[in-house]
Design a protein around this ligand. Structure first.
Ligand code: FRU
Length: 494
């Protein structure tokens, strides 16, 4: 072997293999390179899940916003496709939705086949002489999302406003028409429109201000869910993003439970009540998939980051990623009906090695794993896990019995100094009287997602542990004990 080939081999060995760079999530979607924020237009069509996403094709900071695109047979194994909707003529492509036009109501579909229609916000940045402009626009595809044409008569909705965005569109059986929920961010309102053809929109009603009204309202999402699994007793959940003004600071999401009659959304709870869909810092602009078979529970995916520090995350060559897909439901608790969520069960199909639990703690030879357990609290005031631990660094996932809350503490989780808003503890209220507390934890190198209390408490947080932080142990200030601990490392989807 010549010195040259040796050098070449060394260089190759050092080059980072795509999707296996430090911190690269192994079962969450992240773009191969560059910046992403919100998921856009998630839709299921002809056996494929489509995920579009806010994307900068030219760099790893926000800008030139376009719709990136990826497809998957199972919501886990993603294939990134070319940009679906690029910024054009100075108009950025902001968040929106995709629908399947089954009956060619739009006139965009060729032959007798359904086509895909994207409804997005066109954002024209402000100049020295003009304020910004946000309008609602259409694009369509007749080849399963591989190529897209922007509608020649865009925009379809223009209020001449600088902030008017993030249309969530779906087919309403009640009114036999398309419904759009779109945000008036500074008014803290979601406005509803109806349309027969996706092109002409009639103003129907407004919801808000209600709940929390700090910051701007963004990314509305309206979905109908059965209560306690009963399809004859449903409610509508209207979720809105707040930035800033999230419960943990920066961006976060609240939801309202109520009735939607095809025209108007009415909140079941008092206007002052704020309910939060995720109590971590890193779940924003979550959207449900359109086009799912009726037998499937609604599935939601969010952006796993926070506007407070999204631009500073220590990842390369990508920046931004999605949460695990979660199934949604509503459950009746003593204090009322609440949103419940659980990660899609097919994550279990990625199980690789089972790690046998040991009360003294274990080494998990991977930072990609799931941990489920029941925790019997006994007289303990606090108990839980220290995960991704090494040399004084760890992420705590625990339950505080005095405060009745589930928490994740990433103060000492590894690399935290890139933003003053990153380190800290986030907690979700979780009343728990007695008996074992069921808990499910997903760890994927740079994230920890926790679900407990039948999915009522969800906490999504990024973490940046050292590469060899493999230790996991249980701690408590009393007699608490975990039982039925199941730890599985997961195979990479890449
Ligand atoms: C939310 C958001 C949306 C907007 C998009 C722009 O994160 O601000 O309201 O459409 O990001 O990238």
């Amino acid at each position: 072997m010549t010195a040259f080939t040796l050098l070449l081999f060394a260089a190759l060995a050092q080059a980072q293999i795509a999707y296996h760079e430090p911190y690269r999530p192994q079962f969450h979607f992240s773009p191969k390179q560059n910046w992403t924020n919100d998921p856009n237009g998630p839709v299921y069509f002809e056996g494929e899940y489509h995920l579009f996403f806010q994307y900068n094709p030219f760099g790893d900071q926000w800008g030139h916003m376009s719709w990136g695109h990826a497809v998957s047979p199972d919501l886990l194994h993603w294939k990134e496709l070319p940009v679906a909707l690029p910024e054009e003529n100075g108009v950025m492509i902001f968040t929106g939705s995709t629908v399947i036009d089954q009956s060619n109501s739009s006139g965009f579909c060729r032959g007798a086949k359904p086509c895909m229609v994207a409804i997005y916000t066109g954002h024209t940045p402000k100049t020295n002489t003009k304020p910004a402009l946000q309008t609602q626009n259409l694009a369509f595809s007749n080849d399963r999302g591989r190529t897209w044409t922007k509608y020649a008569k865009n925009p379809v909705l223009n209020l001449n406003m600088s902030d008017f965005r993030d249309p969530d569109v779906f087919w309403s059986e009640q009114g036999k028409r398309w419904i759009m929920a779109v945000s008036l961010p500074d008014e803290h309102q979601v406005r509803f429109y109806g349309s027969a053809d996706l092109k002409n929109w009639e103003r129907l009603s407004e919801f808000g201000p209600e709940g929390s009204t700090t910051g701007q309202w963004e990314c509305p999402n309206l979905v109908q869910l059965p209560v306690d699994g009963n399809p004859r007793n449903t409610r509508w959940v209207l979720k809105v993003g707040l930035n800033p003004g999230g419960i943990q600071g920066g961006s976060g999401e609240q939801y309202f439970i109520g009735r939607f009659d095809g025209t108007r959304f009415v909140n079941d709870n008092a206007a002052a009540v704020s309910l939060w869909s995720d109590y971590g810092k890193d779940c924003y602009c979550a959207l449900t998939f359109n086009g799912l078979p009726a037998s499937r529970k609604p599935v939601v995916v969010g952006w796993m980051s926070n506007w407070q520090y999204a631009r500073n995350l220590p990842t390369h060559p990508w920046r931004g990623q999605m949460t695990a897909p979660r199934e949604l439901g509503l459950t009746t608790f003593p204090d009322g009906i609440r949103l419940v969520q659980s990660p899609i069960a097919s994550i279990n199909a990625l199980h690789d090695k089972r790690i046998v639990w040991n009360a003294k703690g274990v080494e998990i030879p991977s930072q990609v794993f799931t941990l489920t357990a029941a925790v019997e609290l006994g007289q303990s005031k606090e108990a839980g896990w220290k995960l991704l631990e090494r040399d004084g660094s760890y992420t705590k996932v625990g339950y505080d019995a005095a405060r009745q809350e589930l928490f994740v503490d990433r103060s000492h989780s590894g690399v935290v100094e890139f933003s003053k808003d990153f380190p800290g503890r986030t907690a979700a209220p979780l009343p728990h009287a007695s008996g074992p507390l069921q808990i499910q934890i997903l760890v994927d190198r740079n994230s920890v997602e926790v679900f407990a209390g039948g999915g009522r408490a969800a906490l999504t947080n990024l973490v940046f542990p050292g590469p060899d932080a493999f230790h996991a142990e249980f701690y408590s200030d009393g007699t608490a004990k975990p039982s039925n601990v199941q730890i599985w490392t997961l195979r990479s989807v890449w």
